[in-house]
Write a protein that binds this ligand. Structure first.
Ligand SMILES: Cc1cc2nc3c(=O)[nH]c(=O)nc-3n(C[C@H](O)[C@H](O)[C@H](O)COP(=O)(O)OP(=O)(O)OC[C@H]3O[C@@H](n4cnc5c(N)ncnc54)[C@H](O)[C@@H]3O)c2cc1C
Length: 493
C-alpha cells in the first residue's frame, strides 16, 4: 500500500485531534496495531483499516462526533460488534469508524409493559439473559446472538430461527434514539406498537447504518412459552422435506422454528456437535412447536403425520429440554462446523418462495460442479431464507473470485425464481452491485431520496447498499415554500 502523502497525514492529524477533544481518554484509536481488529467484519474477504476509530460513551459524544465530521465533510462508518456478513461495517481508508461497543448497558426493564430499553452495544443474547429469571425472553435469535449487538440487529433487521412465528427485529423493536449525521438527536417510535406519525422506525430498521447512528433501542419481550418441543425429521429427498414444510404451513401450523439442512451441512454439524443427527438422509428438518402443553402435543402429532405423508424416513421428538437444545445445537453451530470442511467459506443469504426449493437446490448443484466448489446448505425453511455456504480456499489463486461469482449466480437465481437478494444479512458491499437485478433505476432513486432526506451530504456509511450514489441535488430538491398556508380552503378555528 502506498505511503499517505503530507496532505493526507495532516488531515488525519486534524481529525484525530478533534476526536480526542470530543472523546478524551482512551476513546480514540489511531495506531496501526490498534486499527487492525477493526479492518473487517464477518465478511472477512474484504479488509480495510479505517483512518481512525472513535469509541464514544454517550449520546452527546456521538452527536458531537457526527456534527464535527459533518461540518468537516468526514465520512463515518458505524460499527456494533462487527459480525455483519455483508460487509456493512467495512471501514473506509479516509473515514472514521464509530464503534458503539461502550454503549453496553441495559437501561430499563419494565415487566408490566413488557419492554426493555438498552444501549445499542448490548448483545442480542444479553437482553434475554437480563429478563429470563422472570420468565421472559427477546424473540429474534440470530445464530450470532452471543456476539452481535442490538444496534447491528436494528441496522440489518436481523432474524433467526424463531422469527417464523415471532417476527424479525422490525416486529420486535418499538422505538429508537438516533443521531443524524449533522449531530441532531431524534426519537422515533415509542413504547407501544404503531405510534402516531410516519413510520420512520420501519424506514430505519434495516437501513444498514446509512440513515443515522442508533444510540438507544426499546424492544418488546415475550413470556417464555409453557412448553417447547422439537422434532428431528430425516428425508430421503430434498423434495420430500420441502413439501413437508409447505404442507405444514398450509395446514395452518406456524412452528416456532422450521430449519432445513442438506447432506453436507448435516454431516459437518454432526461431526462438530455429535447430537445424533441421522447421516443416511438427504435432508433434515428441525421443527419446533411451542405453546401450552396440550396444543404442543397435538401439533407434534400433526407435523409427524405430515412428515410421514411426505416420505420422512426418521422422526425423533425431543423428550426433555436438554434434548430440544441438543437438536438445535448442530443447526446453531452449522457455520463454524462447515468451517471444518474447507479453509474458508462464503455465506450467502437469499430468499426464495418455499415451493421453489428443490429447483433451486438442483441448480445450485449444477453451479457447484461448474465452478468446481462445494456448497453446504442451511435454510430457514419456513421463511424461504437460504444460506448456501460456498467452500473455498483463499490461498488458492482465483478461488475467492470463483466463490464470489458462484455466490452472485445463486443470488440471481433467487431473484429469477421470484425471491429476493437478502433474507437477513443485508446488502452492504457484498450485494450492492446486484441491486439492479432486483430494483429498477426508478426504485433505486426513490430509495436514495430517503437516504438524502437523512444524510444529504452522503457522509454516513457511503459505498454500502447503493450500486451508484447520485449527488442528492441530482435527484431533485424538495421545495419548501415558507410562510405559505398549507390548506387555504380549510376552515380555521
Ligand atoms: C456466525 C454468524 C452467524 C450469523 N447468523 C445470523 C443469523 O442467524 N441471522 C442474522 O440475521 N444475521 C446473522 N449473522 C449476521 C450478523 O450477526 C447480523 O447482521 C448482526 O445484526 C450484525 O450485528 P453487529 O453488531 O455485529 O453489527 P456490525 O457488523 O458491527 O454492523 C452491521 C451493520 O450495522 C450498522 N450498525 C451497527 N451498529 C449500528 C448502530 N448503533 N447504529 C447504526 N448503524 C449501526 C453498521 O454500519 C453495519 O452497516 C451472523 C453472523 C455470523 C458471523
Amino acid at each position: 500500500m502506498p505511503e499517505p502523502d503530507q496532505a493526507t497525514l495532516a488531515r488525519r492529524e486534524e481529525i484525530v485531534a478533534a476526536l480526542c477533544l470530543i472523546v478524551p481518554g482512551e476513546g480514540v484509536i489511531d495506531h496501526p496495531d490498534g486499527l487492525r481488529p477493526y479492518e473487517s467484519d464477518g465478511l472477512t474477504a474484504y479488509r480495510q483499516p479505517p483512518m481512525v476509530v472513535v469509541l464514544p460513551e454517550t449520546t452527546a459524544q456521538v452527536s458531537a462526533v457526527l456534527a464535527w465530521c459533518h461540518a468537516n465533510k468526514v465520512k463515518v462508518v458505524p460499527r456494533g460488534s462487527g459480525t455483519s456478513l455483508s460487509g456493512g461495517a467495512l471501514p473506509l481508508a479516509d473515514g472514521v469508524l464509530l464503534g458503539l461497543s461502550k454503549f453496553n448497558r441495559v437501561l430499563e426493564i419494565d415487566y408490566d409493559d413488557r419492554i426493555v430499553v438498552v444501549q445499542p452495544g448490548v448483545t442480542n443474547l444479553a437482553i434475554t439473559n437480563a429478563v429470563e429469571e422472570r420468565g421472559f425472553y427477546y424473540a429474534p435469535d440470530p445464530s450470532s446472538q452471543i456476539a452481535c449487538s442490538i444496534g447491528g440487529n436494528v441496522a440489518e433487521n436481523s432474524g433467526g430461527v424463531h422469527c417464523l412465528k415471532y417476527g424479525l427485529t422490525t416486529n420486535n423493536v418499538l422505538g429508537c434514539e438516533i443521531v443524524l449525521m449533522d449531530g441532531e438527536v431524534i426519537r422515533i417510535g415509542g413504547r407501544q406498537l404503531d405510534p402516531a406519525g410516519l413510520d420512520l422506525l420501519g424506514v430505519v430498521v434495516g437501513s444498514e447504518g446509512l440513515l443515522g447512528v442508533v444510540t438507544e433501542v426499546t424492544v418488546r419481550i415475550l413470556p417464555k412459552p409453557e412448553t417447547a418441543r422439537a422434532l428431528l425429521i430425516g428425508f430421503a429427498t430434498v423434495e420430500g422435506a420441502g413439501q413437508c414444510v409447505a404442507d405444514t404451513i398450509a395446514a395452518g401450523i406456524i412452528p416456532a422454528g422450521m430449519e432445513m439442512m442438506d447432506r453436507p451441512a448435516i454431516h459437518a454439524a454432526e461431526a462438530f456437535v455429535q447430537v445424533g443427527y441421522p447421516l443416511d438422509v438427504e435432508a433434515l428438518l428441525i421443527v419446533e412447536l411451542d405453546g401450552v402443553e396440550a396444543e404442543c402435543a397435538h401439533l407434534l402429532g400433526e407435523v409427524e403425520r405430515i412428515a410421514f405423508a411426505n416420505g420422512a424416513v426418521s422422526v425423533r421428538i425431543s423428550t426433555s429440554e436438554e434434548e430440544r437444545i441438543a437438536f438445535w445445537a448442530g443447526r446453531k453451530a452449522a457455520f463454524p462446523a462447515v468451517g471444518r470442511l474447507a479453509p474458508d467459506y462464503y455465506c450467502m443469504d437469499g430468499t426464495i418462495p418455499r415451493r421453489r426449493l428443490p429447483q433451486v437446490l438442483e441448480r445450485m448443484e449444477q453451479l457447484s460442479a461448474q465452478y468446481g466448489l462445494g456448497v453446504a446448505n442451511v435454510f430457514h425453511a419456513g421463511d424461504g431464507n437460504l444460506h448456501p455456504l460456498i467452500l473455498y480456499d483463499a490461498n488458492v489463486p482465483g478461488e475467492l473470485e470463483r466463490a464470489e461469482a458462484f455466490g452472485n449466480d445463486i443470488l440471481r437465481l433467487c431473484v429469477q425464481v421470484g425471491g429476493v437478494l437478502t433474507g437477513e444479512h443485508g446488502v452492504g458491499v457484498e450485494k450492492r452491485d446486484l441491486m439492479p437485478e432486483m430494483f429498477t433505476e426508478t426504485d433505486l432513486k426513490q430509495q436514495q431520496r430517503v437516504k438524502c432526506a437523512f444524510d444529504p451530504e452522503l457522509l454516513l456509511n457511503p459505498g454500502k447498499m447503493f450500486p451508484q450514489l447520485h449527488r442528492c441535488a441530482e435527484l431533485g430538491r424538495m421545495h419548501v415554500h415558507r410562510g405559505q398556508v398549507a390548506f387555504p380552503d380549510l376552515p380555521r378555528f
